[in-house]
Design a protein around this ligand. Sequence first.
Ligand code: MSS
Length: 363
Amino acid sequence: QSDGEPLPDYVAWKDAEDMIVHSKQTLETKRAAQGSELITPSTELYIRNNLPAPPDEIVADRDAWEVEIDGVANPGKMTVGEMKTLAVETVVCVLQCSGNGRAFFDHETSGSQWSVGAAGNVVWTGVPVRAVIDAMGGANAGAVFLTGTGGEEIPEGLPPETIQVERSVPKVAMDQAILAWEMNGEPLPLAHGGPLRLVIPGYYGVNNVKYLKRLAMTAEESPNKIQQTGYRVRSVGVKGDPSQPSMYEMAVKSWITGPLMDAATGKVQVHGVAMGGVSGLDKIEVSTDGGQNWAEAQFLGPDLGPYAWRPFVLITELSEGTHMLASRATNEAGDTQPEIFPPNERGYGNNGWRAHAVDVTVS
Ligand code: MSS
């Protein structure tokens, strides 16, 4: 984890100044860069790869990319070109890694030590999953999951179940799921899942399978490790197993993006971003005294729907000294960020407001 480390080749087009390179497979957006950005530019969006990204060739002829569609009346292959003739929709949603906020837990956790930057707000365009399933004759009776498989090449000799990225989400997620070929108005970059990515608005990052090569309506969850024992929330010291909650729906969350260290006395704009999870935002409050008093802040810019984040600002006056700036969001379902999110084995899902607060010195 170091600043100013060179970007890996496959993401050399990103803005090095705005990224923290944790490893070749994990890059985080700097907190200050998030600022009050309504949409996260692709040059700043974080990267999380469980396996090395596939080679460039797979985006050479995007429309020719084939996806196997299974668990439907007429199973078979469909190309991106064919999908483009079915329907098209645009959805704005937060893409956030399950482990975003992991670094703020007090206990030791394995995995990338993300602070707030394994998240971004992205515009996706593609075909609704429903339209694809309908075009293939509809889902088989008894299907309760939507299962997507990533297109990475699995090294020979390794049983695919042990490393292949394949995730199943409950069928209800189909209401909002799309197969995206565009991100922020441009062809989907390979690093973010081009030529085609499964996008499940409101669900944690891991469910948004990149370089999608198979989509299936299934009666069971994927047998793969990433589904069965990975991304399961459990107490510290406990092994993952399928009875534990899977990282599906995201929770209400927010954090301050500025100022982060110093400020001058007098009027100051306190900025941040807030998300409702699977419900829209109701309100955002900011505290400048470590959570003793809260003031309602103002959302900035248009509301881009229930799955998008909203930048916010509070204009306030700060006196000399150290101030703990915190933010606390409430969604339309009535959920408010807790002060502390309980520790869990892999450090998933942290949305506690206290851990996300920043200490700012005013002079
Ligand atoms: N997909 C695939 N195919 N592969 C991999 O590795 N990862 C995950 C998702 N998807 C993967 C996929 C994760 S885990 C995440 S977060 C995401 O993705 C990220 O994205 P980007 O675009 O940012 O890189 Mo955690 O929950």
